[in-house]
Design a protein around this ligand. Structure first.
Ligand code: SF4
Ligand code: MSK
Length: 672
């Protein structure tokens, strides 16, 4: 059994620490304490166990040992990794499939409560695929786009259509490597086939198909999910929001939505604003309905509607422990089975809604887009009816929350940098070329109770900001930074290097940009592609001074994101243990897969995947990579001394001067 940690070691978030103390008081187990009790299996953890057939499981722990079928350690590790990537691709892409069906139903007026909110984005996306737009209604265009996207899933031959949105050079590279995906379903099925007993047994061959499967998600299923979410619910733009458990309110009916698909959560938002529902809540003795989100559902409604985020992945149990949540409504992905038994200590109802996900002991109210608003109201009434069951003696809400400005979609970044008539990435590219911004880092991904919640995310984020690295974030990492106050304009700027600070002050942005949920990592691919198109930073993504980091990863979706970013040319650094680390001190050649996904993928794609435990080392190698890319482009060496004296900083310095001297400095004369 691992050592039991202290509360401050479980989480760096003070709200979480309060709730964890409460859990100890009540004798309630959480993911944090279960992680202490569950020592990880070092053989499985290193990818050295195969369960692919009934002759096994085979655990390869000795030099030269092979499985009963003769499979070698590298075959087993490659198969394990490929399967995890395929599972992650399936989760993201199946979300995209449901969005495509929703778009089809909306276009045909069969989806109660939904409509096309962003016609401009619909026309832009249709344009990528040569779908005619002139003289056609949004519904006609959306119907064609939905048909095209639905067909992408089962496409048997030819190239996946969204691939054409990547830089030309990258597309050619993928063709040369033979990894351009066909349909999403085909690539996932082929991964499962190839990794079945007695199939593909060459590590490189297996992992190249894993890349093809990952691309089918990143430049396919996930990208389609993001497109459709924006078309139906609006492309995100900055909006004021809040994050952390303090958003739960004492006198309201608290409803927490948790999971991933905005199709459900957007309709719950709409229903919660319905006068009939508000009256129903008041009749139950509450002041109204208070909606908040957990995980990526939180990100979806936060960045579009300003609905507050109660927290990230490891906050799901803690929200229930406030004793003030009438219902937690869940759909798909990242929902802990522990919620149901935890909720029995309080009055909270766990309501499952997806035909794909049930939790034993939960209330199931199945969501159907054809009568979505009706069902959303029905769900809220169940929550309201439960308000009277709340036990005030068990209620304890940490009074901790932070403001943030989410909603930096690639479209908005383009607009904010250039303005509505000349939207452009030019200022960003120029800032990188001049060295004001040293590079860009995407700090993304999950929480993992094996490390201290949010600590690694926020440590690498703060260290990179000091080095003038602009940060973009998605998923639970974004909520970690939001809870710390790094996503609110001036609030985060004290932590920032001088050059980046000048840019943030000039453009009026926080130094950490919230770009959405985990499925929205494709927005980052789009930004990188637009930076290439803008010019000055090379002709492909792998030349941009940029890195991706997932310091607290835990899900298979994180692995597919890592793989498609690598295939797109990015250097990706994961924190925590590698699932294919092997034990090279005990079993020779048990790190061949680990080496291949780093050096091997770098030779093929210019991007690579490394697992690094120490956050200082993560930051060091990230900066080395950024500087290496700067040098390869012939850009000036990063020099923080060169910047920080213009913009607001100049004005602040001037304010310290006597009036006459200040006038002279500004106008060149002391006269009025
Ligand atoms: Fe063992 Fe081979 Fe079966 Fe894997 S596929 S469990 S290595 S016999
Ligand atoms: S919810 S996949 S814990 S980011 Fe997208 Fe968070 Fe990771 Fe789930």
């Amino acid at each position: 059994m691992a050592k039991k940690r202290e509360i401050h070691e479980y989480s760096s978030d003070p709200a979480a620490q309060q709730m964890l103390a409460r859990a100890e008081e009540l004798g309630i187990q959480t993911a944090f304490t279960r992680a202490d009790d569950m020592a990880p299996c070092n053989i499985g953890g290193a990818g050295m166990c195969c369960k692919q057939c009934g002759m096994g499981p085979c655990r390869l722990t000795k030099d030269g040992q092979v499985g009963i079928c003769g499979a070698t350690i590298d075959t087993i590790q490659a198969r394990n990794l490929a399967r995890a990537i395929a599972a992650g691709a399936a989760a993201h892409s199946d979300h995209g499939r449901d969005m495509a069906f929703l778009l089809k139903a909306t276009a045909n007026n069969e989806a109660e409560g939904y409509f096309i909110r962003d016609i401009a984005k619909l026309r832009i996306v249709a344009g990528y695929y040569d779908i005619p737009t002139e003289g056609r209604s949004p519904e006609e265009i959306a119907n064609d786009l939905a048909d095209l996207y639905i067909a992408q899933y089962g496409q048997q031959r030819g190239e996946a259509a969204p691939i054409r949105r990547a830089p030309k050079k990258r597309q050619e590279l993928w063709r040369a490597q033979g990894v351009v995906p066909r349909g999403v379903d085909r690539e996932i099925v082929e991964t499962l086939h190839r990794t079945h007993i007695g199939d593909d047994q060459d590590l490189e061959h297996i992992l190249e198909h894993a890349i093809r499967t990952a691309l089918a998600d990143g430049w396919g299923g996930s990208m389609m999910a993001t497109d459709i979410s924006d078309i139906l619910f609006g492309t995100p733009a900055p909006i004021l929001g809040q994050a952390n458990l303090g958003v739960i309110k004492e006198n309201m009916v608290n409803v927490v939505v948790h999971g991933h698909e905005p199709s459900l959560s957007e309709m719950i938002v709409a229903a919660s604003q319905d006068p009939e529902i508000i009256e129903y809540a008041k009749a139950a003795g509450a002041q109204g309905i208070n909606l908040s989100g957990i995980c990526c559902t939180a990100n979806e409604i936060l960045m579009r509607q300003g609905i507050p985020a109660a927290g990230n992945f490891l906050h799901q149990e803690l929200a229930i422990m406030t004793g003030a949540v009438e219902a937690m409504i869940v759909d798909v992905q990242c929902i802990m089975q522990a919620l149901v038994s935890l909720a029995t200590n309080f009055h909270t109802k766990i309501i499952t809604t997806s035909p794909k996900v049930r939790l034993k002991g939960a209330t199931h109210i199945e969501f159907d887009e054809h009568k979505a608003l009706t069902i959303a109201k029905q769900i809220l009434k169940v929550a309201i009816d439960n308000f009277k069951e709340r036990d005030r003696s068990k209620t304890q809400i940490p009074q901790i929350k932070e403001d943030l400005i989410p909603g930096f979609s690639n479209e908005y970044i383009n607009y904010m940098l250039g303005g509505s008539y000349r939207g452009s990435f030019r200022p960003l590219n120029d800032a990188i070329m001049s060295g004001r911004i040293r590079g860009v880092a995407a700090v993304v991904g999950c929480n993992n109770p094996r490390s201290s919640q949010d600590y690694l995310h926020n440590k690498v984020t703060k260290d990179l900001l000091k080095q003038d690295v602009l940060i973009v974030q998605t998923g639970c990492g974004a909520i970690a930074a939001a809870k710390l106050g790094l996503m609110l304009g001036e609030a985060g700027l004290s932590e920032v290097g001088p050059g980046l600070r000048e840019i943030c002050e000039t453009v009026g942005i926080p130094p950490v940009l919230h770009m959405g949920s985990c499925v929205d990592n494709t927005r980052i691919l789009t930004v990188l592609t637009q930076m290439v198109a803008e010019g000055g930073l090379g002709d492909d993504i792998d030349q941009i001074p940029a890195v991706g980091l997932a310091p607290e990863w835990m899900s298979e979706k994180a692995l597919v994101i890592g793989a498609y970013c690598v295939a797109s040319g990015a250097y990706v650094i994961f924190g925590g243990a590698s699932p294919v680390s092997g034990m090279p001190d005990r079993v020779a050649d048990s790190d061949l897969v680990q080496k291949y996904i780093s050096q091997g993928w770098e030779e093929r794609y210019g991007g690579k995947l490394d697992f690094i435990l120490d956050p200082d080392e993560m930051v060091k190698v990230a900066l080395e990579h950024i500087d290496k890319k700067r040098a390869a482009l012939g850009l000036p060496e990063y020099n923080p001394e060169a910047f920080g004296r213009s913009g607001d900083a100049r004005m602040r310095n001037l304010e310290a001067l006597p009036l006459e001297e200040r006038r002279k400095a500004i106008y060149g004369t002391a006269a009025d």
